[in-house]
Design a protein around this ligand. Structure first.
Ligand code: DGI
Ligand code: FE
Ligand code: FE
Length: 193
């Protein structure tokens, strides 16, 4: 499937606002993929389809997570998490994308995870910093992404955890583990703190 077909395929599944966000994620992902040396065509596909399931019913998405025996934490830590693992499954089943690098980048794009692959980092971070985003602290993450992608991922995770704590929301264990993982790795690189 080429870029034009991919965009035409995803568009009816999204709102106008979400489609614009998707184009922003696509642009950001291409830039980050080039910096990290990951396959730009795959990064572009993952970006285009990353929010494919965003508007599916919660019951359908919960059903997929159970049937596919995915980690049920995705069901218990907030409905916003459902569309990432459910989306990876639906993109495979309905669109026919079978590339595991693409599917796992979609799967982990909301929460992140410890030991993220470069492709997973590209999509996770592109989703966070794309030009239409206006979160507090996003500018800092964008600046860091220019020079140090791991540090930008750490900032995005840290901001997300802070945001959830401020709203008295539960934090998905994998998100905290991802934050700890990139933080430990940074300390090791700096020779400890
Ligand atoms: O789908 P998008 O809006 O483009 O962005 P996204 O897939 O990153 O989803 C953002 C939402 O997910 C936002 O409402 C915060 C929420 N979220 C991200 N990480 C966690 C989380 N919610 C919980 N409960 N736990 C998390 O670890
Ligand atoms: Fe998303
Ligand atoms: Fe998104």
């Amino acid at each position: 499937m080429n870029r034009k077909e991919a965009l035409e395929t995803v568009k009816p599944h999204l709102t106008e606002h979400r489609y614009r966000h998707t184009l922003g994620v696509r642009d950001a992902a291409l830039t980050l993929a080039e910096k990290l040396g990951v396959d730009q065509d795959k990064a572009e596909m993952a970006a285009i389809f990353h929010d494919y399931a965003k508007f599916r019913s919660k019951d359908e998405m919960r059903g997929i997570i159970k049937e596919q025996q995915m980690d049920e934490d995705f069901i218990h830590y907030g409905d916003e998490l459902l569309h990432a693992p459910a989306g990876a499954h639906l993109v495979k089943k309905e669109i026919g994308i079978t590339d595991e690098e693409i599917l796992s980048a979609i799967f982990w794009h909301t929460t992140g995870r410890p030991g993220m692959s470069d492709m997973e980092k590209v999509i996770f971070l592109a989703d966070y910093i794309e030009p239409n985003r206006k979160f507090p602290g996003v500018e800092q993450a964008r600046e860091k992404a220019e020079t140090d992608i791991d540090e930008a991922v750490r900032t995005a995770l840290s901001n997300t955890v802070t945001f959830l704590l401020q709203k008295n929301q539960p934090v998905f264990p994998g998100t905290l583990e991802a934050y700890n993982d990139v933080t430990f790795k940074k300390q090791q690189n700096e020779g400890g703190e």
